[in-house]
Design a binder for this molecule. Structure first.
Ligand SMILES: [Zn+2]
Ligand SMILES: [Zn+2]
Length: 939
């Protein structure tokens, strides 16, 4: 340590160094900020949470100072004591986390499930024996599993309620509910569900409008919340209820004397809050914000080491019970009553989903009852109860409508699709019925999923149509891209009759599209090409493993292709445009179908750019070189985005003669084209795929050569079509640019192709193959092949599974800690195919991985086959060694890793104990310019 000369001052406190407070220069900075006191630096580090200089980035370092009586080696007693205390800490934490886990994963689901069962058992007996039921250990595993499901459902219901409340607060309730004094209604509506919202959330921002009004006006000093540091949920509840109570009172007051001015409204609840606030949980937004900040997930779940979470567990259990009671139990029993009363019980029972159907019926009944009660309340002019009933009705309506829109409509679509495509797979309705009886849940879910996918693609297609057609042609379909379109608001606001009408109409549209695109083409196909159908979809059971690996491959190849939609979208759009132009030319309705003004800005270029611009608005600015060009391109991109968003309004058109007749022709043409298109889509890929698959080497283990699964033929054919189309569009877009550009481009592409071929070969062929082989040798073979049999390696299958393993390992690496491999993978992803650095890929990624894998493969093999025979002549032992050496080596490696980890941990612990006992302080280390230079030159 060199003492500072006179005149040097600390960069923090601006005072000079003394003998007991010397100045240090801990970083590279020089001049007026070179010197600093250790205390000042430590204080700064504590506040800034930084361990390096902000200016030069140098990391500050300290040397420990030990007390002079420290022995050279710590006595065993100290080490043992430290070890024991750390073990005790570990055990304590383990116990705590065990309690947390038992509470959240055991008690909460178990109570939920048991209470649920007890409620739905329907007898008083079960209610009385509930406490005993809670403690029984019968079927504890399955009960917990069911309980998790129940808890998830209630959680979703809760979140949905909170969200709905937000929607009503922001968008306002429906017109018939909107009272004269908006603020109050919102307040009550908010508190109606806000009481619950404030309950668990705290973080959910449960402070409704009322809360924020109340506190400033109240002027009561903020009381510390109950329960010490953590704000208990009960406080939240009490406060929310308090708030509700206040608003009720205020509302009544308002009713009694309507003389109060709107401005006074703001004050009244505050005054009352001040009075009531003495009673306990008073409402203070500041306090609540603080609580929301403090109530982190760790705290809520009890991972921070405190036991406050037990209270949360209690509240979750009670809330759960309340929700089950209100949202499942009551509707179910009302539904049961209704079902029995109407006399359709046998129908409900035959549906295999008796509980669900009954509960839905119950919700319908509740909705009707609420409407009746609401009108009764309106008749008796009970404003308060009318409003509450109205909000309950909105909740019931929205939940029922969402169930219908999300659940029933796709389900119906899925079943309809299935029914219409029965003859495609040579199945009958009886088969479907049998499979439904066998597994009702699975069958329903699959149909729902299929319907969902269908609805999604239908909606995307309509969006695409909107981009091409004149605004206003598709007036009968909802515009999903409309910024004003909000389904939840519509559910809240529109009357139920309109919803039903809309649902029926969309079901009709979906259904007729299915008939046109599936049923009719299949009929025609069966008539024209009797031998083409049905598709083969039966699994060949004897080649199961092979099927599995093939399916994995297909999943990895097809799913990305389905997700990569931008090109397909552009082509589809161009096709639709061509079709529209042709049809409007034939029928002379261009003005009606496409509008009169040219749709895209750059009219000179015609159709091609118009189709291309909306599809790739982001690519466009990159192509433009200069600043001016960029501005123009930006404008084009904006225009494209506007186009993509879908023009919303209505555009007038010129009506030609015989307009209805022309429209009729248009509809007929649409139908015919749909049928034609689906005919082509049904036949061409499968036909091509079958042609190719004939030459496909049969790799099935048994060598059976049955018909190939149609999934493969269809996928293969689709790929052929896709590649052809891609190539054709590519050539078409490059041809007009002259020969030289084409050759140059070809050269570049060849280069990229060669590079990517090498990289692909290394990364997608070699590495997966090696890793698949290794895994097979290490894990699969010792487990599956007995010692007296000779293992056979299916190399193809190893590779296919290896692709999967490699993908998983990649994903895990990307999520894991920072190290060289992760950086390499990230960079390769970032560079993409076009700017690939082959040298980097080979040197940093492929070479290390391949060499590691090869060593792992080769060394045990060499040992087993060349070293062992030198010492052991017994063939059986040789075989055992050869077969078991891979797992043994793995075990050895893992063991070594564990031991080094333990040694490191122990060294840390040793240091820790030493510091605990003998560390008296630490001293800042000065930064020495010269010494580091000397060191570096010496090295
Ligand atoms: Zn200082
Ligand atoms: Zn510095």
């Amino acid at each position: 340590m060199e003492d500072s000369g006179s005149g040097d001052i600390c960069r923090v406190c601006r005072s000079e160094g003394t003998v007991d407070r010397p100045l240090f220069h801990p970083c590279i900075c020089t001049g007026s900020i070179k010197w600093i006191h250790q205390e000042c630096l430590v204080q700064w580090m504590r506040y800034s949470h930084k361990e390096f200089c902000e200016l030069c980035g140098h990391r500050f370092s300290f040397t420990p100072i030990y007390s002079p009586d420290m022995p050279r080696r710590l006595p065993i007693r100290d080490v043992a004591g430290g070890l024991l205390s750390s073990i005790a800490t570990a055990v304590k934490y383990w116990l705590h986390y065990t309690i947390v886990a038992i509470a959240w994963l055991g008690i909460v689901p178990l109570t939920a499930c048991r209470i649920y069962r007890c409620l739905f058992n329907g007898s008083v007996d079960s209610v009385l024996t509930l406490p005993l039921d809670m403690l029984s250990t019968e079927n504890i595993g399955s009960d917990i599993f069911h309980g998790c499901f129940v808890v998830t459902c209630t959680l979703f219901a809760f979140i949905g309620l909170v969200w709905l409340r937000e929607q009503i607060l922001h968008g306002g309730g429906p017109d018939w509910l909107e009272p004269e004094q908006q603020g109050n209604a919102a307040g009550v509506g908010g508190n109606l569900q806000g009481g619950l919202a404030g309950g668990v959330g705290g973080a959910a921002g449960g402070d409704g409008d009322g809360g924020q009004q109340a506190a400033p006006a109240a002027g009561v000093p903020a009381q510390p919340a109950e329960g010490g540091g953590g704000v208990g949920l009960n406080a939240a509840f009490a406060a929310a209820q308090q708030q509700l109570h206040q608003h009720m009172q205020q509302l009544q007051q308002q009713q009694n004397n309507n003389l109060l001015e709107p401005i006074n409204e703001e004050v009244v609840p505050g005054g009352e809050g001040g009075v009531d606030g003495l009673g306990g949980g008073d409402w203070n937004p500041l306090e609540w914000d603080r609580a929301a900040e403090e109530l982190t997930w760790e705290r809520l779940l009890g991972l921070d080491g405190s036991l406050v979470f037990l209270e949360h567990v209690f509240w979750v259990v009670s809330l759960n019970t309340l929700f089950i009671l209100v949202f499942a139990f009551c509707p179910y029993h009302m539904g049961q009553l209704a079902v029995v009363a109407i006399g359709v019980k046998h129908l409900v029972n035959a549906s295999h989903f008796q509980g669900l159907v009954t509960t839905l019926c119950g919700y319908c009944v509740i909705g009707i009852c609420l409407v009746a009660l609401h009108s009764l309340a309106a008749l008796l002019s009970l404003v308060k109860s009318r409003r509450i009933l109205g909000h309950c009705y909105v909740v019931v309506k929205v939940s029922l409508l969402s169930v219908v829109e999300i659940g029933v409509l796709p389900l119906v679509c899925g079943w309809w699709l299935d029914i219409c495509s029965l003859s495609l797979f040579d199945a009958t309705l009886k088969d479907r019925e049998a499979s439904f009886r066998l597994a009702p849940g699975t069958s329903m879910f699959i149909h729902w999923l299929v319907g969902m996918v269908y609805v999604y693609y239908f909606a995307s297609f309509v969006l695409l149509l909107r981009e091409v057609l004149r605004p206003g042609v598709l007036w009968f379909l909802r515009n999903l891209n409309d910024p004003d379109f909000s389904p939840i608001q519509e559910m809240i606001h529109l009357p139920i009759i309109r919803h039903i009408r809309r649902l029926v109409s969309s079901a009709m549209v979906f259904g007729s599209a299915v008939i046109l695109m599936l049923w009719l083409p299949i009929r025609i196909l069966r008539y024209m090409l009797p031998n083409f159908l049905p598709y083969v979809v039966a699994m060949q059971s004897e080649a199961q493993v092979n099927e599995l690996s093939l399916e994995l491959l297909l999943l990895q190849v097809i799913l990305p292709a389905l997700l990569e939609q931008s090109h397909t979208r552009a082509w589809l759009k161009a096709l639709i445009r061509v079709w529209c132009v042709a049809v409007s030319y034939v029928l002379d309705i261009k003005s009606y179908l496409l509008g009169d003004t040219p749709p895209a800005g750059g009219g000179a270029a015609g159709q091609q750019p118009a189709a291309a611009v909306p599809a790739a608005p982001l690519d466009e600015p990159l192509i433009g070189g200069g600043a001016g060009g960029r501005a123009v391109d930006l404008a084009a991109a904006h225009h494209a985005m506007f186009q993509r968003g879908g023009p919303t309004g209505f555009q007038p058109y010129i009506r030609p003669r015989l307009f209805p007749l022309r429209l009729l022709c248009l509809v007929i043409l649409v139908c015919c084209s749909l049928v034609m298109v689906s005919l082509v889509a049904l036949t061409v890929p499968v036909f091509l795929g079958r042609k190719v698959m004939v030459h496909y080497p049969q790799v099935t283990s048994s060598g059976s050569s049955g018909p190939v699964h149609e999934l493969y033929t269809a996928a293969c054919g689709t790929y052929i079509c896709w590649v052809t189309a891609r190539a054709v569009t590519f050539v078409l877009s490059w041809l007009p640019q002259g020969r030289r550009a084409v050759t140059e481009m070809l050269y570049n592409w060849l280069l990229v192709a060669a590079k990517s071929f090498i990289a692909t070969f290394l990364l997608i062929v070699v590495i997966p193959f090696l890793s698949g082989l290794l895994l097979e040798l290490v894990v699969v073979m010792p487990l599956r092949v007995p010692l007296d049999q000779t293992p056979v390696l299916w190399l193809w299958q190893d590779w296919a599974l290896g692709v999967l393993y490699t993908k998983i390992v990649c994903a895990v690496t990307m999520m894991g800690p920072e190290w060289a491999l992760r950086h390499a993978i990230e960079r390769v992803y970032r560079d993409g195919l076009r700017n690939m650095h082959l040298k980097f890929v080979v040197m940093e990624l492929a070479l290390p991985v391949i060499s590691t894998l090869s060593i792992a493969l080769a060394v045990p093999y060499a040992i087993a086959h060349s070293v062992i025979p030198l010492f052991i002549s017994n063939t059986f032992v040789q075989v055992v060694v050869a077969r078991r050496i891979y797992p043994c080596v793995l075990l050895l490696v893992v063991l070594c890793g564990l031991i080094t980890l333990q040694i490191r941990q122990f060294a840390k612990l040793y240091e820790h104990i030493k510091n605990d006992k003998y560390l008296v302080g630490r001293r800042l280390v000065n930064y020495h310019h010269k010494s580091t230079i000397h060191q570096s030159t010496a090295n």
